[in-house]
Design a protein around this ligand. Structure first.
Ligand code: LFR
Length: 491
């Protein structure tokens, strides 16, 4: 029996975790060692991340592992996309990093599209247009914070930055680099064209590395702080969605799509190459870099953010509900009472999610939800309807026929949403694993360390290690009507 240990530091917008993964004869076993809440702070009218606080929490997790005396081969950090830290040789950080939902990109976004145009930006990057993208944040820095930029040597996206704090090697892993909308997936380089057009300081752009690159051992400082020794730092898929897609337990073939479900819903397919054309631009799909040179052809949907923000609003009113209770309430609520279009821009960063949802319903002449159960039912049904729409677009854009939808990530725990997704899309849904991101992170480390051989073997290991639940499509007439109603909601 051979057994190897790896550590995944998995950072989401809501929480961070340190997970110990053990690979025993090709099967992976997970243990959550440390979990901590995460979230942006509102400071001086802006939204910022406390990245050094995250670093301390990750080290607390590493200390717990060191205290057990287990031998660990390697570790790797993954995180959400687009956000970045500016630093120089003497200063670990020259400004507090912005959170992607900060409104400072509104003007730079308009300006960039006007000046250079969607066609050019898309042809260079293949990335969907979202105001959250790094490109518009960096333009905002050039315009509003030239003094801060002036003292920065480099930027690094969040997971790459934390890998750098662990091992002292600064590099941009391609999956995370691709989320910036400044990476050219065909040239496999930063887009010199966009760097020049937008007068972005060239020196800030870090060296690019492939997914699965061994960066180096922990620094002496980190070894001393944590008690961990002899551990390699690996840039796996630094982008959480990239790691999650790597761990989708699909059999080889072209008949499946994935939905990585968490704060965001990322729905798409894995392609051998980027798909960059007019139709893709028009439908605003994206080509993010995946493990092993693959392309994650997908679409960002606002996702469970709708529910997370609603839950926070209810909490402010003294109504405390966990997700199991919310699911139960949704299940008991009237079907299709009101539906929203999750793509509507108002849902991106509202100050009060339930009243924003209620407003949408009133404006579209539907009854506004009143109870948490009604809100949750409306959110789940609306998300499922949008998944169905996007699957149709994916088929049309790629020419593939999709018969299976793999749902991974925290959102796959909602059996109700899984069933709705099967009903709305008319496909079989395969739910799990919940921890796909951490698993992808851990098993890409296993590939880098020579313990697994390929992406196909990685996926086989996920299939062998975790149970996957199947949901068959039901109530097709009812959902067909709902899809028509949903199509009429386009605003
Ligand atoms: C999911 C995710 C998405 C990215 C969004 C913002 O956690 O990484 O893939 O578009 O967060 O960074």
């Amino acid at each position: 029996m051979t057994s190897r240990n790896y550590i995944a530091c998995d950072l989401g917008a809501e929480s961070g975790r340190v997970i110990l993964g053990t690979l025993v004869d090709g099967r992976v076993v997970l243990e959550e060692i440390h979990r901590f809440p995460n979230g942006a702070s509102r400071i001086q009218g802006s939204l910022r991340w406390n990245v050094l606080g995250i670093f301390e929490e990750l080290k607390a997790g590493l200390q717990k592992i060191a205290a057990r005396g287990v031998s660990v081969s390697s570790l790797s950090v993954d995180s959400w996309g687009v956000d970045y830290v500016l630093f120089n040789e003497r200063q670990p950080m020259v400004a507090l990093p912005y959170q992607y939902r900060d409104s400072r990109t509104a003007k730079p976004y308009e300006m960039a599209l006007e000046q250079v145009g969607r066609e050019k930006i898309f042809a260079e990057t293949g990335i969907q247009f979202m105001t959250i993208n790094t490109l518009y944040h960096l333009i905002a820095d050039v315009q509003e914070n030239p003094d801060v930029l002036g003292i920065a040597d480099q930027f690094l996206t969040i997971a790459d930055y934390l890998n750098y704090l662990f091992c002292g090697v600064a590099s941009a892993e391609v999956s995370l680099a691709s989320t910036t909308q400044m990476y050219n997936p065909v040239a496999r380089q930063w887009s010199t064209e966009l760097i020049e057009q937008f007068h972005l300081p060239k020196r800030l752009f870090p060296k690019l590395v492939d997914s699965g690159t061994r960066l180096g051992p922990l620094t002496e400082e980190v070894e001393l702080n944590t008690g961990l020794r002899g551990v390699q730092t690996i840039a796996t898929c630094s982008h959480d969605t990239g790691a999650a897609v790597a761990a989708v337990p699909a059999e080889p073939g072209e008949d499946w799509a994935y939905l990585s479900s968490g704060t965001w819903s990322l729905i798409g397919v894995e392609l051998p190459e980027p798909l960059i054309n007019e139709q893709v631009l028009e439908q605003n799909f994206t080509n993010e870099a995946g493990f092993g040179g693959t392309t994650r052809f997908l679409k960002n949907i606002v996702g469970l953010w709708l529910l997370q923000e609603s839950r926070r609003a209810w909490l402010r009113q003294g109504v405390k509900l966990d997700y199991t209770q919310i699911n139960d309430l949704a299940e008991k609520s009237e079907p299709f009472r009101s539906i929203i279009h999750p793509d509507d821009a108002r849902f991106m960063s509202p100050t009060d999610m339930p009243s924003t949802i209620a407003d949408f319903c009133r404006e579209t002449e539907q009854p506004a939800p009143e109870t948490p159960g009604q809100f949750a039912r409306c959110i789940f049904e609306s998300l499922a309807l949008l998944y169905a729409d996007k699957l149709d677009s994916i088929q049309e854009l790629t020419g593939r026929t999709i018969s299976k939808l793999h749902i991974v990530g925290g959102g796959s725990q909602s059996r109700l949403l899984n069933q709705f997704a099967a009903n709305a899309t008319g496909r079989s849904v395969f739910a799990g694993p919940v921890e796909a991101t951490a698993i992808g992170n851990l098993l890409i480390q296993a590939i880098s360390m020579g313990d697994l051989s390929s992406l196909a073997e990685l996926r086989a290991s996920v299939r062998d290690s975790f149970s996957i639940e199947t949901f068959k499509s039901e109530n097709s007439a009812e959902w067909g009507n709902a899809r028509q109603r949903f199509a009429g909601l386009r605003m």
